[in-house]
Design a protein around this ligand. Structure first.
Ligand code: UDP
Length: 466
């Protein structure tokens, strides 16, 4: 009996921790659950972060993926040094195409499908050259609907989106508040906006989009993208929640040892992701808010943007560390977030609402304080607080002003235990169960990946005929 040839696919991960985390997890699932061979190309910037190196290193140790780092490209003559993220990363990916082309041509057996993340749509052209299927893997559902629908909004809406009196209507989806729109839509006269539009159009050329969500979490938005007009009639696969699992070997460090000594669900974890920073004044208010709440905490603290590379601890109020030394820990390095959120002592998460962090919180049954800063985080925060009921959020948007210490104290107390907090905790635990079911064998996300792999196998047959 001849065994079926193993399907070989390529994943290309653009620079940045946020994409790398879930791209790696997509690869791991394809290998571990669906017997696919995955070549994983990582595109790095010359100044890649400790977080990226850490992730690549631990993925290499797992040995599920063939990981190949592609060399950084020089884009200094293409875009301004401080260009916003969409412009910078899509330019990097476009300039990486020749390297990618050559790397794919040397793979044996030839891969049958290419998966890119949201910044990787320029690579879809390369897939065509090799008769590969091409898919785009995106974080959350409503921001995906928005990016797919922007070419329509661009024709229909006059003036800036952020000053519209009415919410933006996406057919079949929850309306999007103008104040919540993703960063590239903040100013339609900028290059970043045109790049975002272009990504939306390039995505429509793909064979489908994968979303890091699951059918029961985003039923309405997924249905809308599949059934309503204006989204490009794409196949939409909900394949999540794909999050980094807590290391089974039991990572040992001071932080986790300290957590071991704390009571169950008694500690709030505070982090603004791989790139989020607060102003000096906001750091002061947050410190006072925490101190006033008298709740235990782990705070991943970075210096304000104007002092990149400076000492974050210099921005804490005088005497804060001494007064709170029995209460909490301040971390200035890269924190082992999955392990922290997975620890039984964590009872709340003050988060910037990056989608990976949001999913990690949900899958550990941890309610949130939603503190969105950039990218699509405001949309995520609205969903977490208003639709799912698993987060509280400050009255003032943190990007619009300073959240005061009293409000922070009140939110911390709420998420860590008052009646509303307990209701959020119960709700988030329900979501955790539903997310786990979706990914288990026979669940909706597992089945979506099975279906995708079938498409890839069929393409392998077609490639052989050509
Ligand atoms: N992360 C971490 N340690 C840190 C900061 C972040 O492990 O000190 C991880 C976090 O667990 C998550 C990812 O980095 O998996 C950040 O992704 P997210 O989408 O939440 O936010 P982004 O950094 O893309 O804004």
């Amino acid at each position: 009996m001849t065994s079926k040839p193993q399907t070989h696919v390529v994943i290309v991960s653009s620079p940045g921790v946020g994409h790398l985390v879930c791209d790696l997890e997509l690869g791991n699932r394809l290998v571990a659950d669906h017997n696919v061979h995955v070549t994983f190309f990582v595109v790095v910037e010359s100044n890649s972060s400790a977080g990226e190196s850490d992730l690549i290193q631990s993925a290499r140790t797992q040995k599920l993926l063939d990981i190949i780092e592609l060399p950084p490209v020089d884009i200094s003559d293409k875009v301004e040094p401080n260009s916003p993220i969409f412009t910078r990363l899509t330019t990097i990916m476009r300039e990486t195409n020749p390297i990618l082309r050559s790397a794919i041509s040397s793979l044996n057996p030839s891969p049958t499908a290419l998966f890119v993340d949201i910044f990787g749509t320029p690579a879809l052209d390369v897939a065509d050259e090799f008769h590969m299927l091409k898919y785009v893997f995106v974080t959350s559902a409503l921001p995906l609907a928005l990016i797919l629908y922007v070419p329509v909004l661009d024709k229909e809406v006059e003036g800036e989106y952020v000053v519209q009196k009415e919410p933006l209507r996406l057919p079949g989806c929850m309306p999007v508040r103008p104040a919540d729109v993703v960063d590239p839509l903040l100013n339609r006269t900028k290059l970043e906006y045109r790049v975002f539009l272009q990504v939306g159009l390039e995505m429509r050329q793909s064979d489908g989009v994968l979303v890091n969500t699951w059918e029961d979490l985003d039923t309405t938005t997924l249905k809308a993208m599949r059934e309503q007009e204006g989204y490009g009639s794409l196949a939409v696969y909900a394949v999540g929640p794909l999050v980094r699992p807590v290391k089974p070997s039991g990572l040992k460090c001071k932080l986790l040892d300290w957590l071991d000594e704390q009571p169950v669900e008694s500690v709030i974890y505070i982090s603004f992701g791989s790139a989020g920073v607060l102003s000096a004044q906001q750091i002061t208010e947050l410190a006072w808010g925490l101190e006033l709440s008298r709740k235990s905490f782990i705070w991943v603290l970075r210096p304000p943007i104007k002092d990149k590379g400076g000492n974050a601890l210099d921005y804490l109020p005088d005497g804060f560390l001494e007064r709170t030394h029995n209460l909490g820990l301040v971390v200035t390095q890269w924190a082992p977030q999955s392990e922290i959120l997975g620890h039984k002592s964590i009872g709340g998460f003050l988060s910037h609402c990056g989608w990976n962090s949001s999913l990690e919180s949900i899958l550990n049954g941890v309610p949130m304080i939603a503190w969105p800063l950039y990218a699509e985080q405001k949309m995520n925060a609205t969903m977490l607080a208003e639709e799912l009921g698993v987060a509280v959020r400050p009255k003032i948007a943190p990007t619009k002003g300073i959240v005061g210490r009293e409000e922070i104290e009140m939110m911390v107390r709420k998420v860590m235990g008052d009646q509303e907090g307990m209701a959020m905790r119960a709700r988030v635990k329900e979501l955790k169960d539903s997310g786990e079911k979706a990914c288990a064998e026979g669940g909706s996300s597992f089945n979506a990946l099975t279906q995708l792999v079938k498409q890839c196998e069929m393409n392998l047959q077609r490639q052989k005929v050509k």
